[in-house]
Design a protein around this ligand. Structure first.
Ligand SMILES: Nc1ncnc2c1ncn2[C@@H]1O[C@H](COP(=O)(O)OP(=O)(O)OP(=O)(O)O)[C@@H](O)[C@H]1O
Ligand SMILES: [Mg+2]
Length: 451
C-alpha cells in the first residue's frame, strides 16, 4: 500500500516509516499539514494517511477536513497524543477512519493498516457492483396502463424546462423517474445531482444546498460549492423534499425566483442554471394546506406533478419485473442461468400487497437467487423467504468476521438490513422504531450499501 505519514515529530515519522517499510508498504513523510496535502495532490493513489492531531500551523482536524473534501476515498487514521483522545474521537465522527495513540504500538499500527485496506477493498467492490446495478436498472420495466401513463408524461415533460414533482410510495420508482427525466432532457450531458433532504441534519442542509465560504461556521474549514452550483447546466434532484425545514424552503424559493445562490457566509450571489426535479412520499399538498410546507414553493415545484402508482395497483408488471431482477442478480453473481418462477409462484407474487413496492420485490428476488436451491422457484420457496424465519439464512458473522471491527460492522449491517426489511424499507419508520436519527440511518445505509 501507499501510505502517507503526516506528523511534526521526527521520531514518530521515523518509527512509522520503519514499521511500514518493513511490511513492504510504500511510505511518504510530511512534517505538517501543508506538506501532507501537497504530497496527496502529487500522489492521489495514496491508500492511507496517518495524521497527527497536534501540529504547529494547521492542526490535524483542519487538515482532515481538507482531505475528506478533496480525497473522500482515502481513509485517514489520526495519531493521538496524550490529551487529544477527545479530539480523536471527534475526528472519527467527522470522517476519520480510526485513530491510534502515542506511544505507537507496532501491532496496533499494522492492524489498522490491514483494516483500512480491507475497508477500501470492500468499498471498491461495492462501487463496482452498484455501478453495474445502476446501469442495468436504469430502464423502466413494465407495460401496465398506469405505468404507460407515467411514461407518456415523462416523454412529454422531459424535453422542457418545467419543474417536476414526483410523488409515490417508498420504493415505487421515483428516483428512476427523476433520472429518466434528466436523461431524456437537453441537459442529459450536464450533471444529475441528487440531494436527499431527509438524510442531511437540518442545520447542515443549507450549506449542502448552497455551499459555504471558508470560516463561515465552525467546521467550515474550506470553501465549498453547494449542490445547486454542482448541478449548474444540469438537473438537481431534491429527494424527500417534504423534509426540508421552513427556513431552507424559503431559501430554495428565492433561488428559484432569482436563479442565483448565495453561499453561507458569502456576499456575492452566484448565477446558476438548474432544473429542479423533486420527490416525496408525503402528501405535500395537504402539507401546504396545514402550513408544514410552503404553499408557494409547492406550486413552484409541482408545475408538472407525476404520481408513480404503487406496485399493487399495476400487478401486470410484477411478473416481468421479477423475472428481470432474477436475471440481473444471477448475471451479477456470475450464474449461467437465472432461476425461473413457476406459474403458481407468479400468481402468488401478484397477490401480495408490496408495501415496499418495486424495491421490496427486487430484494426478494435477490434473496431467491442467493438462497433458493434449484432452478425453479415455487410458492413454498417464496413463503420461506418472506416468512418469519427468513433472516435465519444470514451469514454467520461469528465465523466470517476476522477482527472485532469487522464483527461490529457486519452485525450492524445485518441488523439494519433486517429492521429495514421489517419496516418495508421505510427509512423514517425504521429510524423511529430504533430510536435513531434518520440522517444517521441514511449514512449507515450508504456506508453498508443497503438500498
Ligand atoms: N419500473 C421499474 N423498472 C425497473 N426497476 C425499477 C422500477 N421501479 C423501481 N425500480 C427499482 O426499484 C428500486 C427502488 O426504486 P427508486 O429508488 O426509484 O424508488 P423511490 O420511489 O425513489 O423509493 P424511496 O421512496 O424509498 O426513495 C430501484 O432499484 C429501482 O431501480
Ligand atoms: Mg428515492
Amino acid at each position: 500500500m501507499k501510505i502517507l505519514v503526516v506528523d511534526d515529530e521526527e521520531a514518530i515519522r521515523d518509527s512509522l516509516d520503519h514499521v511500514l517499510r518493513f511490511e513492504h508498504h510504500e511510505v511518504a513523510l510530511a512534517k505538517d499539514g501543508a506538506e501532507g496535502l501537497e504530497a496527496l495532490k502529487n500522489q492521489p493513489e495514496t491508500d492511507l494517511v496517518f495524521l497527527d492531531i497536534k501540529m504547529p500551523g494547521r492542526d490535524g482536524l483542519e487538515v482532515l477536513g481538507d482531505i475528506t473534501q478533496d480525497h473522500p476515498e482515502v481513509p485517514v487514521v489520526m495519531i493521538s497524543g496524550h490529551g487529544t483522545i477527545e479530539t480523536a474521537l471527534e475526528a472519527t465522527r467527522s470522517g476519520a477512519f480510526d485513530f491510534i495513540e502515542k506511544p505507537l504500538d507496532r501491532d496496533r499500527v499494522l492492524l489498522t493498516v490491514r483494516n483500512a485496506h480491507q475497508m477500501r477493498r470492500l468499498k471498491d467492490e461495492n462501487e463496482v457492483l452498484r455501478e453495474r446495478l445502476s446501469q442495468t436498472s436504469k430502464e423502466m420495466i413494465g407495460t401496465s396502463t398506469p405505468l404507460e401513463q407515467v411514461r407518456k408524461v415523462i416523454s412529454k415533460v422531459a424535453p422542457t424546462q418545467a419543474r417536476v414533482l414526483i410523488q409515490g410510495e417508498n420504493g415505487s420508482g421515483k428516483e428512476l423517474v427523476a433520472r429518466l427525466i434528466h436523461d431524456l432532457s437537453e441537459r442529459a450531458s450536464g450533471p444529475f445531482v441528487d440531494v436527499n433532504c431527509a438524510a442531511i441534519p437540518k442545520d447542515l442542509l443549507e450549506s449542502e444546498l448552497f455551499g459555504h465560504e471558508k470560516g463561515s461556521f465552525t467546521g467550515a474549514t474550506a470553501q465549498r460549492k453547494g449542490k445547486f452550483e454542482q448541478a449548474d447546466g444540469g438537473t438537481l434532484f431534491l429527494d424527500e423534499v417534504g423534509d426540508m425545514s421552513l427556513d431552507a424552503q424559503a431559501k430554495v424559493l428565492r433561488v428559484i425566483e432569482e436563479q442565483r445562490v448565495q453561499r453561507v457566509g458569502g456576499s456575492e450571489p452566484i448565477p446558476v442554471d438548474v432544473r429542479l426535479v423533486a420527490a416525496t412520499n408525503q402528501d405535500l399538498k395537504s402539507g401546504a394546506e396545514d402550513g408544514s410546507f410552503r404553499e408557494d414553493l409547492y406550486y413552484r415545484l409541482a408545475v408538472v406533478p407525476i404520481f408513480v402508482p404503487p406496485l399493487r395497483d399495476r400487478n401486470q408488471d410484477i411478473s416481468v419485473l421479477a423475472q428481470t431482477f432474477l436475471q440481473q442478480m444471477a448475471s451479477n453473481l456470475g450464474r449461467e442461468e437465472p432461476p425461473v418462477l413457476t406459474d403458481k409462484a407468479r400468481a402468488w407474487l401478484e397477490r401480495q400487497q408490496w408495501p415496499g413496492n418495486v424495491r421490496q420485490l427486487r430484494n426478494l428476488m435477490e434473496r431467491c437467487v442467493i438462497l433458493a436451491d434449484g432452478l425453479k422457484i415455487d410458492v413454498k420457496d417464496l413463503e420461506q423467504l418472506t416468512g418469519p424465519g427468513a433472516t435465519a439464512a444470514a451469514p454467520d458473522v461469528f465465523r466470517t468476521a476476522q477482527t472485532f471491527e469487522e464483527f461490529k460492522e457486519q452485525s450492524e449491517r445485518l441488523f439494519l438490513q433486517q429492521r429495514l426489511t421489517g419496516n418495508d424499507w421505510n427509512v423514517k419508520r425504521t429510524a423511529e422504531s430504533l430510536g435513531m436519527q434518520r440522517s444517521n440511518l441514511y449514512k449507515k445505509m450508504e456506508r453498508y450499501g443497503l438500498k
